[in-house]
Design a binder for this molecule. Structure first.
Ligand code: SAH
Length: 356
C-alpha cells in the first residue's frame, strides 16, 4: 500500500469518503482516520493525527511522538502541506504581512490583523488574480493557479502559530477571486470551521461576483458572511472599474445576492471602494441607496489605498463623511473601513506576491 495521501474533491464520486491525494492538511478527522487505516494502523490514530496537525502544528509525521517509531519513520516523508516563511513585515499598527512559499515554489501573501482580543487573518485563495480590477495591485501581477484547501488552511495556522494566539476571524480577501476557486474555498471554510474550530459567522468571503457562483454557494447553507465588491452604483461605471463586470450586469449580480439572502437568511455586505471624483459623489451615494433599497444588506466603504500603477486618489474625510451621510439619510446601514497595514503594503488592494 502506498503511503502517498490523496485529495478528495467536492465533485469527485468519492467526496466525503476517504480518498486523499496530496497533502494531509485540510482533511477531516474522517478522512485522516480512513487514511491511517489504509496504512494498517488502528482508527484512533486518525484522531491523534488530526490533533497533531491542527492543534500542535506538526510539520513532519516523523515528529509525532505518540506514533510507533517504525511507522513514524515509514511515513516521515508524506507531505503535511505546510508552507515556509519567505518574508515577514510588521506595520506600525501591528498588522503583520507574510509572504509564504508553497510546495511548488509559488509565493502567496497572508495578513494577520490583531485588534483587542481578536486576531483576524486575511487569506489568499489564488496565486495572483485573473480579474484585473483597475484599482487593485493583485491583478497587475497576473494569475498563476488556484490554491488547494490545505494551502488556504495553512495560512490560518501559520498566523496562529506566529502570534501564539487563537485566530478568531478569517476573511477571504487576500490574493485572488474566491469564487473562481469555489470547491477548494468551500472545503477550506468547512475545515476552518470543523477542524480549526472557527465559528462560521466569523468567516467572511469577498467576491467581485461570478455568474451562478453565489447561487452555488447558497446551496451549501453556510452561516458565513458574504461580502460583494460592488464599487459602483450602476453598470456603466462598474464595468469601467471592473472589466469582468461586462458580461455580468449589476442587476443579475444583485438578484443572485437577493436569492442568497433568502436561502441562507444572512444579510450580504456590499463593499464600495471610494475613489475621489470617480464614484464618491453625493448623487452616486443616492443612486446606490436606491439600488439597495429594501435589501437586507450593509455597505462597507473602503477608502482607496494607493497603488503604483494607477493614479486614483482617496477622497478626503469630508467627502467620505458626505457619502456616508447620504446613505444614512436613506436608511442604509453603512460603515467605513480604513484598512490596516498600509505601511507594510498589506492593506486591501495592495497585496501582491513581492516584498515591496
Ligand atoms: N477578489 C475579491 C477579494 C479582493 S480584496 C473581491 O474582489 O472581493 C478585498 C477588497 O479590497 C475588495 O473589495 C477589493 O475590491 C478591495 N480593493 C482592491 N483594491 C483596493 C485598493 N487599492 N484600495 C482599497 N480597496 C481595494
Amino acid at each position: 500500500m502506498s503511503a502517498t495521501p490523496l485529495v478528495s474533491q467536492v465533485n469527485s464520486p468519492n467526496f466525503g469518503k476517504s480518498e486523499l491525494i496530496g497533502p494531509l492538511l485540510g482533511a477531516s478527522v474522517v478522512e485522516l482516520t480512513a487514511w491511517v487505516q489504509e496504512q494498517g494502523q488502528p482508527a484512533y490514530r486518525g484522531k491523534q493525527l488530526h490533533d497533531w496537525i491542527y492543534d500542535k502544528g506538526v510539520r513532519s509525521l516523523g515528529d509525532i511522538s505518540v506514533f510507533p517509531k517504525s511507522w513514524r519513520e515509514k511515513v516521515a516523508d508524506v507531505p503535511i502541506g505546510r508552507s515556509s516563511l519567505h518574508y515577514r513585515a510588521v506595520a506600525p499598527d501591528d498588522t503583520v504581512k507574510y509572504l509564504l512559499k508553497l510546495a511548488d515554489g509559488e509565493i502567496i501573501e497572508t495578513v494577520g490583523i490583531p485588534s483587542h482580543k481578536r486576531l483576524t487573518v486575511c487569506v489568499s485563495t489564488q496565486v495572483g488574480c485573473p480579474m484585473a480590477c483597475d484599482f487593485c495591485a493583485t491583478g497587475k501581477g497576473g494569475y498563476k493557479r488556484n490554491l488547494s484547501r490545505g494551502e488556504i488552511v495553512d495560512q490560518v495556522l501559520t498566523v496562529q502559530e506566529d502570534f501564539q494566539q487563537r485566530v478568531s476571524n478569517v476573511v477571504f480577501m487576500g490574493l485572488g477571486e474566491p469564487l473562481l476557486n469555489t470547491e477548494n474555498v468551500i472545503l477550506a471554510l468547512k475545515a476552518l470551521n470543523e477542524d480549526v474550530g472557527i465559528g462560521q459567522r466569523s468567516l467572511t468571503i469577498s467576491t467581485v461576483g461570478i455568474r451562478d457562483r453565489i447561487h452555488q454557494l447558497a446551496q451549501h447553507h453556510l452561516q458565513i458572511t458574504l461580502a460583494v465588491s460592488l464599487h459602483a452604483p450602476n453598470q456603466a461605471l462598474r464595468e469601467q472599474l471592473i472589466p469582468s463586470a461586462k458580461p455580468y450586469p449589476i442587476e443579475d449580480l444583485l438578484n443572485e445576492c437577493r436569492e442568497y439572502v433568502e436561502i441562507t437568511g444572512r444579510r450580504v455586505t456590499f463593499e464600495y471602494i471610494l475613489l475621489a471624483g470617480v464614484n464618491d459623489l453625493p448623487e452616486q451615494a443616492l443612486e446606490l441607496s436606491k439600488r439597495l433599497r429594501g435589501f437586507q444588506s450593509h455597505v462597507n466603504l473602503i477608502p482607496y489605498n494607493p497603488i503604483e500603477e494607477v493614479d486614483y486618489k482617496r477622497p478626503n474625510r469630508d467627502r467620505i463623511q458626505a457619502f456616508v451621510n447620504v446613505l444614512q439619510q436613506q436608511n442604509i446601514t453603512v460603515s467605513v473601513r480604513y484598512s490596516r497595514g498600509l505601511e507594510a503594503d498589506a492593506a486591501c488592494g495592495q497585496l501582491r506576491t513581492s516584498k515591496r
